[in-house]
Structure formats: structure tokens, C-alpha cells
Design a protein around this ligand. Structure first.
Ligand code: SF4
Length: 321
């Protein structure tokens, strides 16, 4: 490959962020498509809880399905094939927490009228959006879109589980995901004048709390974010820049350049909780039989398979019930 035959890049916000955060993690997860074997994957954790609560609320808002049943179905699936008592105990404890959070959220919505006048107009759109730069396409599974009747605002709806509201709300406006979605929406609107342009995003935040008598409220919060034209333009420039770097890395890797010289690791103390490759990462650098370790611990898959995956199965199960 040469620079004149650069491979096309079709990247999500998550892939762009991974590349920016640690190029080795991108290389292993996206370029090679490695993923921990399901039986070795951690069954619980903040990220897993967040994904499960997110899906439960997505099915509630988007499809009118019972979010508590959706949680139970997800935890039942997570138990399949697991025999380790510790894993099963952790799954049970996390399920109790998730149920308490979502049940309380439903109560909060009913008591406060937070959803009054909100109408879901689109659910989980999967999009491929040309960036405007040759060879670079952005992809996203856009969250639900709402119409707020009293002011006619069109908003993305997304759900976040948080440890506390303090840091989450400070960083909310900078959250890359909602900006990326809004930027894609503007690209779509530029291509199609009939596209119903979104004005901003609505974040539902649920605190990771069982709301026991000793816990201090609030447990739920909803914030709106909007972006001006400059912010969306900056988001586009950054996304294109990182996509170009991915493109350049792909060219070098395809030409046979050693990954050590193309996509170096960026270790930090966060590796422990955020990276599925933390067990094998040092082996790439110390002369170990890293190939054997990778074969033992990982499987290969389409890194974008999650776009369909479990969510569809759970939805089908609940709709059939
Ligand atoms: S363990 Fe850390 S340095 Fe290694 S690939 Fe993962 S994020 Fe990168």
C-alpha cells in the first residue's frame, strides 16, 4: 500500500477515542479484532452495569418494554456457562443494584413528571455518514431521539450511570459521544434539507446507589447540552484528524511495519479497569510467548458486532414473552 491507495476508514466515536487513548489497545481490539473469551470476561463492573442499565432504559423508552424484565434477562444471560461461585455472587449483587437503580428511576420519573411532553421519534438509528473527506466515514448507533412538545426541541436521549453527579455534570458538556452524535446529525442535515435536525442532547444520569436509608439523595438527574457551530466544527476536525492517523497506521501495518513502530502502548494506572488487554500487554515487550497467551485468552470477532449483538436478542425475547 502507498499513500495513494490509503485504506478506507469507517470509524465510530469509540474507535476514535480508543486510538487516541492507546494505540496498542486500538491495534489489538479494532485492527486485530481481539476480545476476551466470554468465559474469561469479568462478569460485573461499572462499565458492564452502565451498559445493562442503558439497554434496559433504551428498551423502555424505545420499545415500551419493561426495563426491570430487561435487566433480569441480561443478568440471566450473563450467568449462562458460569459456575464460579464468586462470579455468580457478584452478578447477583450487581443485579440487585441495577434493579434498585432502575426501579427508583421509574418512580422518580412518575413523581417529577420528568418525561411529560417528551415523545420518542426515533430509536437506535445505525448510521454510516460520509465525513466529507475521501476515504473517511463515520459510523454510529445513535441513541433515541426525542421531540419535546412544549418548545419543539429535538434532542438525543442518552443514559449514564455515575458514581456521583459532581464530576459527571462538570464534564458533561465536554462528553465526546454526544458531541460526535450532534456533529453527525449536522452532516446529515447538510446532505438532506428534509432531515429533522437535532438541537442537542438530554442526559439521564442514574447514581450507582441502592438508595438505602443511609444514602443521601439525589439519585437521579437530567441535564441538557447544546453545541454551537464552532464546537461541532471542532469536533469534526478532531474526528477527521484521528481517522487520518488511523488510516496512516493501517497503511504502515499493511506494509509489514512492526506494530511496536506504528502503534505504541500508552500505559497508565487506568489500564487496570479500562483495558481488556492488561494481562497480555507487557508480554508484547519482554520477549514472552505473547502469541500463545493471546490464543489462550482471546478470540477474534468483528469489533462492531455489538451494534447488533445481545441487545437484539434480549429485545426479541421480551417482545415474544
Ligand atoms: S494495558 Fe494499557 S498500555 Fe496496554 S494496551 Fe491496554 S490501555 Fe494500552
Amino acid at each position: 500500500l502507498t499513500a495513494t491507495s490509503a485504506p478506507d476508514v469507517t470509524a465510530s466515536n469509540s474507535e476514535l477515542r480508543t486510538f487516541q487513548d492507546c494505540q496498542r489497545r486500538w491495534y489489538l481490539g479494532y485492527h486485530l479484532g481481539l476480545a476476551i473469551k466470554p468465559e474469561d470476561d469479568r462478569p460485573v463492573g461499572d462499565a458492564k452495569l452502565g451498559t445493562r442499565v442503558h439497554l434496559a432504559l433504551e428498551l423502555w423508552y424505545g420499545h415500551g418494554l419493561d426495563p426491570l424484565a430487561a435487566l433480569r434477562a441480561q443478568y440471566d444471560r450473563a450467568r449462562v456457562g458460569r459456575t464460579n461461585d464468586q462470579d455468580l455472587t457478584r452478578l447477583g449483587a450487581e443485579q440487585d443494584l441495577a434493579l434498585a437503580m432502575v426501579e427508583g428511576y421509574q418512580d422518580w420519573v412518575a413523581e417529577t413528571g420528568a418525561d411529560d411532553g417528551l415523545e420518542v421519534t426515533a430509536v437506535e438509528d445505525e448510521l454510516l455518514v460520509p465525513s466529507g473527506v475521501t476515504g473517511i466515514t463515520f459510523r454510529a448507533k445513535l441513541d433515541q431521539r426525542l421531540l419535546r412538545r412544549h418548545d419543539g426541541a429535538r434532542l438525543f436521549l442518552d443514559h449514564k450511570t455515575v458514581g456521583s453527579f459532581e464530576h459527571s455534570t462538570t464534564l458533561l458538556h465536554m462528553d465526546a459521544q454526544m458531541r460526535f452524535y450532534s456533529m453527525l446529525d449536522r452532516l446529515l442535515a447538510a446532505r438532506d434539507p428534509a432531515h429533522p435536525r437535532v438541537d442537542g442532547g438530554l442526559w439521564n444520569m442514574l447514581r450507582r446507589s441502592k438508595r438505602t436509608a443511609r444514602a443521601t439523595p439525589p439519585f437521579y438527574r437530567r441535564d441538557e447540552v447544546r453545541y454551537n457551530q464552532q464546537e461541532l466544527r471542532s469536533t469534526w476536525r478532531k474526528a477527521v484528524l484521528i481517522a487520518r492517523r488511523i488510516q496512516a497506521a493501517k497503511i504502515e501495518l499493511a506494509a509489514g511495519v512492526d506494530h511496536h513502530d506504528v502503534v505504541p502502548p500508552t500505559p497508565s494506572r487506568d489500564c487496570l479497569w479500562k483495558c481488556d488487554f492488561v494481562r497480555v500487554c507487557p508480554l508484547f515487550d519482554d520477549g514472552s510467548d505473547v502469541g500463545g497467551a493471546v490464543l489462550a485468552l482471546y478470540t477474534q470477532r468483528d469489533p462492531y458486532a455489538y451494534y447488533q449483538g445481545d441487545a437484539e436478542l434480549i429485545r426479541a425475547d421480551l417482545q415474544a414473552a
